[in-house]
Design a protein around this ligand. Structure first.
Ligand code: HDE
Length: 756
């Protein structure tokens, strides 16, 4: 028994208390002052041998790693116990009276196991239920102390740990990743002065202007309540019924129907704070700020047909992509930029900066890069971290403050409130992933699932019995900005909106007119798809009537494509909106951000079969790997391939289990015998057709010309020009050209509607 006890896992939960360096009770008479604000290596629990190899950043330090080690559990080499630490002798059989007799109520081991299992699930998030997350760090480029006293921005090179959760909005926790939907982009900064949550989206505007409408919006977009359909889709009556009666959603609809709503990867989409926030410096002076995240890999989206097919073959497409990029060391990276502007500037704008359906065009206020964020470590446990993380817009730190945006106001309430149900009480801040790295000391006590063991008899302030501790920080603490926009125009209590909020269309036009022709075509196709799923003709008509106010061209195309007469335009709420500052903003096109031009993390299929020429396939594999891409040999079946030249190739994917639309590019091999084998498999034709249809780069080694001919891939573009995404050859120069072709993401010149 002594041996068993000695071998039992050390219980790491007891190792730390929030805010203290090592969580041990202070020596009698010692002050409660923490030795340092950040836990050190010495606080790592002895029981944790779970050092993650390969996922710790080679650059920068992630200060959340050590504090979380306090609760990481590794069972390797340990015996099985109950939750009370009692060793379990038999985990196979319940306790019975004789082998064929009744099970006994006294079997506390069975009952504990089943009871815990019965309560494994917690409510999913009412929106953004489906998500994936990663740890990382933020690094400031320079000091912004003239603008803000927020801890992450105080000096160049300052590192702040972060945890980031990406999500879809409409679908349930188990729904597909590639739905047409807005993506959440929520960042928790564990700053030296407490947690700051920047809970954003990948689209800079929103459907509605006032929190009052949020439950209506969500009820309208969620699966319809009578039959709970459709899942992870906005293409249904109630959504379009609602938005077509809410013309303020027009701008957002343009973004949502654009390719932004089907990103290729979480690593290739932008993020936005959406609302106007405030920066506040140490002198208490404040400016307005909008936050922008830009991916280093560039913005890159799927095409709709591809997204639909992926959702069947790999519903975890984005989750897997994020996980694999990090495991492979191709860390997703984003640059944080800010648009900083004053109240005086804001008053001059043709739109209201408190209106979350409006952007500030970059031509008006440029985006200033202020730092970078690198995601360099996967979570250890999905539930403990990704599911239990609680983002709240109310979590701001000294140096960051709110604007009067009425949508933001509702959010400041909602997020804390929703966690109380979702995470089962008011102590969700103690769940390890939510616990600040900064110390926590206050007189809040008790409640469900309390972890901290508060010492002493004082839980009130002012007090003399604890020497007045914890004491308020005064000007060192969070001080709200006193002056708020429009305070001077205070009209008393009203339920109303400022006049500029009633301009529902100017920026919808700006967005549409700033798109390239292929992007416009995709927007029209997306509206057509969604509206063709709407069963009530009046809803379709009202939507097109609304869109006439944003773009006659788009409305006419939709009327044609949906087989309807062009309806009268919807009456405008504001007949004469202010003249916009810009009518074109190239920055709004996805093509404005090609990224670093690399092909890091791209998945490339190299088709192989018995009888192909191995050497060129292997050389290509090496050239792609060298560029940081992820090439895979895909064959009619997995396992070793007998190449004509005897070069060893092992196929780790099959035509059946990894269809063509899961890859960013395709290479077809040399070697006639092998090509014949591929040609005999119908999967090969589907593979090629999909890669061609989705405008991907295709490398054809000479013997495979037969394959592309058989798949009816046209030798040239519909325009008669050569196809810039087709490369024929098996030499280093063609490999180079192919790599450049992959870096261009896609070759939309090929596209026709309907597809050829
Ligand atoms: Fe949210 N939103 N939201 N939202 N939201 C939630 O909080 C809410 C809005 C966003 O990965 C909920 O913890 C209201 C805008 C993200 O955990 C809830 C309003 C933006 C996430 C909630 C909005 C967002 C949420 C559900 C209008 C972009 C996922 C579960 C007044 C700036 C965070 C939860 C994560 C989640 C309320 C509008 C982004 C119910 C009331 C605008 C990224 O509290």
């Amino acid at each position: 028994t002594n041996d068993l006890v000695a071998a039992r896992p050390y219980n790491p939960n007891k190792a730390g208390e929030h805010g203290f360096n090592n969580g041990l009770a202070p020596a009698p008479g010692a002050t409660a002052e923490p030795a340092s604000r950040l836990p050190t290596a010495s606080t790592l629990s002895e029981g944790n041998s779970n050092e993650k190899v390969g996922t710790v950043a080679p650059e920068g330090v992630n200060a959340t790693i050590a504090p979380l080690d306090r609760v990481r559990v590794d069972s390797s080499g340990q015996i099985l116990t109950t939750n009370q630490g009692v060793p379990i002798a038999d985990n196979q059989n319940s306790l019975k009276y004789g082998v064929r007799g009744p099970a006994l109520l006294e079997d506390f081991i069975l009952r504990e196991k089943i009871t815990h299992f019965d309560h494994e699930r917690i409510p999913e998030r009412i929106v953004h239920a489906r998500g994936s997350a990663a740890h990382g760090f933020f690094e400031a480029y320079e000091s912004l102390s003239d603008l803000t006293r927020a801890a992450p921005f105080q000096e160049a090179g300052k590192i702040t740990p972060v945890f980031v959760r990406f999500s879809t909005v409409q679908g349930e926790r188990g729904s597909k990743d590639t739905a047409r939907d807005v993506r959440g982009f929520a960042v928790k900064f564990y700053t030296d002065e407490g947690n700051w949550d920047l809970v954003g989206n990948n689209i800079p505007v929103f459907f509605i202007q006032d929190a009052m409408k949020f439950p209506d919006l969500v009820h309208a977009v969620k699966p319809e309540p009578h039959h709970q359909m459709p899942q992870a889709a906005s293409a249904h009556d109630t959504f379009w019924d609602f938005v077509s009666l809410m013309p303020e959603s027009t701008h957002m609809l343009m973004w949502q129907m654009s390719d932004r709503a089907i990103p290729r990867s979480y690593a290739t989409m932008q993020g936005f704070g959406v609302h106007s926030f405030r920066f506040v410096n140490a002198a208490g002076e404040s400016v307005f700020v909008k936050f922008h995240w830009s991916p280093k890999a560039g913005t890159h989206s799927l095409v709709w047909d591809e997204a639909v097919k992926i959702s069947g073959a790999d519903p975890d497409y984005h989750r897997r992509d994020l996980w694999e990029r990090i495991e492979a060391g191709a860390y997703p990276e984003y640059e944080l930029g800010v648009q900083v502007f004053t109240e005086e500037q804001a008053e001059q704008f043709s739109f209201d900066i408190l209106d979350a359906t409006k952007i500030i065009p970059e031509e008006l206020i440029p985006v200033r890069p202020i730092g970078r964020m690198v995601l360099n470590r996967n979570p250890d446990n999905f539930f403990a971290e990704t599911e239990q993380v609680a983002f709240c817009t109310a979590h701001v730190v000294p140096g960051i403050d709110f604007s009067n945006d009425p949508l933001l106001a509702g959010r400041i309430h909602s997020y804390v409130d929703t966690q109380i149900t979702r995470l089962g009480g008011p102590n969700f801040h103690e769940i390890p992933i939510n616990a600040p790295v900064a110390p926590v000391h206050n007189n809040q006590r008790d409640g469900f699932h309390r972890q901290a063991i508060h010492r002493g008899r004082v839980s009130y302030e002012p007090n003399s019995l604890a020497g007045g501790c914890p004491f308020q920080a005064g000007a060192q603490g969070f001080v709200s900005v006193p002056a708020r926009i429009e305070a001077k125009e205070a009209q008393g209590k009203v339920r109303a909106k400022p006049e500029k909020f009633a301009d529902h269309y100017t920026q919808a036009t700006l967005f549409y007119e700033s798109q390239t022709p292929v992007e416009k075509a995709h927007i029209a196709a997306a509206f057509r798809f969604e509206l063709s799923k709407v069963t009530v003709p009046a809803i379709r008509e009202r939507t097109v009537a609304m869109l006439r106010n944003a773009s006659e061209e788009l409305a006419q195309k939709l009327a044609d494509d949906l087989g309807m007469e062009l309806p009268e335009a919807l009456p405008k709420a504001l007949a004469n909106p202010a003249t916009p500052e810009v009518t074109q903003s190239p920055a709004l096109s996805l093509f404005a951000r090609p990224g670093d031009g690399s092909i890091m993390g791209r998945k490339i299929a190299i088709l192989v079969a018995d009888g192909i020429e191995g050497q060129s396939a292997v050389a290509l594999h090496a050239a792609l790997t060298e560029e940081g891409a992820v090439p895979r040999f895909v064959a009619p079946r997995i396992g070793p391939v007998k190449t004509a030249d005897g070069v060893a190739i092992d196929a780790d994917a099959s035509l059946e289990n990894e269809p063509g639309f899961l890859f960013d590019a395709l290479a077809l091999p040399d070697g006639e015998a092998g090509v014949k084998k591929l040609a005999a498999d119908g999967h090969t034709m589907e593979f090629i057709t999909n890669c061609y249809r989705h405008c991907k780069a295709i490398l054809v080694m000479p013997a495979s010309l037969e394959l592309v001919r058989k798949a009816q891939v046209p030798a040239e573009l519909p325009s008669g020009d050569p196809d810039p995404g087709l490369f024929v050859g098996a030499d280093a120069a063609q490999f180079e050209a192919f790599i450049e072709g992959i870096a261009r993401h896609r070759h939309p010149e090929r596209e026709t509607d309907p597809p050829m």
